[in-house]
Design a protein around this ligand. Sequence first.
Ligand code: SAH
Length: 385
Amino acid sequence: MTVTVSPRGASRWAAGHPWIYRTDTRLPQGIASGAIVPVQDARGRFLGQACVSLQSKIALRRISRSDQPVDVDFFRQHIAAAAQLRRNLYPGDSAYRAIHGDGDGLPGLVVDRYGDWLSVQFLIPAMEQRRDLLVPLLVEQFGCKGIMNRSDAGVRALEGLPQEKGLLWGSVPDPVVIREGQLEFAVSLEHGQKTGSFLDQRENHVVAGRYARGLALDCFSYIGGFALQMARRCERVTAVDSSEPACEQIRANAARNGIANVDVLATNVFDFLRAEVDAARRYDTVVLDPPAFAKNKDSIAAGLRGYKEVNLRAMQLLNPGGYLITSSCSHHVDEAAFETMLQAAAADARREVQIIEKRGAGRDHPVLLALRETRYLKCYILRMM
Ligand code: SAH
């Protein structure tokens, strides 16, 4: 069953964008969600093949520009290419995002590798329905001992898919121990947030560790990825997260690495920062890595207010020469909006701020040039004057 897209959809596709919105196509009667179908423009010219989602606003996601069958060999080739990229980027490393959905040409498939184990998200019907085909290929290409299914991501609801999690194949210990830089972290693939941890900040954790000094603060710390890298260079680090289980993991990971200069606080970062400013506390390094405050277009303004508040407070707390390592993972807040927000925070704080580095997600989260949505994570390293 071939699907025809509007001239607007076809021109976006031609410009490289891999998504066709519902408003740019009329899906034929009887077409099944999860089908992979040929796509043509209004004049009947073949454009490629795409995954169908009936419920989503994104009706079609490109999986191929050719008419070669999208079969087991196709998936083997793409998974092998993704695996090869990581082996080249990180020889010897064993924790990374192994497959990054559209970024690796495999829409709706996210695979994180934690040592000998994988944690997988099937985020669109086409991938959900091909689980039995994909699992043996993942085992074959990554040589893993077990696969955890973490298809309990909120975005599945937009696709009409239920939340699901549990063992898919083999066995998975809890926790799994991974290495980041010189440190070890225990990660629960079954109970952790997302697929177990936030691998997108892995490289930034290590970089933050090189800038950090003096008294440091890690806000939204989760399992302490930033806090513990900084602790090796700092006098003392305070790690703050509102989740009690996360705080337990920070303490356990600190102990695992023989780190004794980290104080862990289970509290709301907004309240904590306000109280620290009121008490005229000062820090030399502050990390901000909040959850996505702007989850959709309607929440961009409110999200930016949240980002501005925490960044303003952090700037107020920093000594001259101090570093602010500040992130946003909302793709709705692009780099320009993020910088405007930071500028407004600096203005309110009446401080001059230098941009030392602009970073993003690690290289194992490839950005598609034509798909802004893959450019979601901003991580700026700022220095207070
Ligand atoms: N910095 C972490 C990832 C942070 S994810 C890393 O690099 O691995 C965001 C974290 O913020 C989650 O652990 C969540 O529990 C916590 N969180 C969310 N809202 C919060 C709030 N208002 N105050 C404190 N922590 C919060």
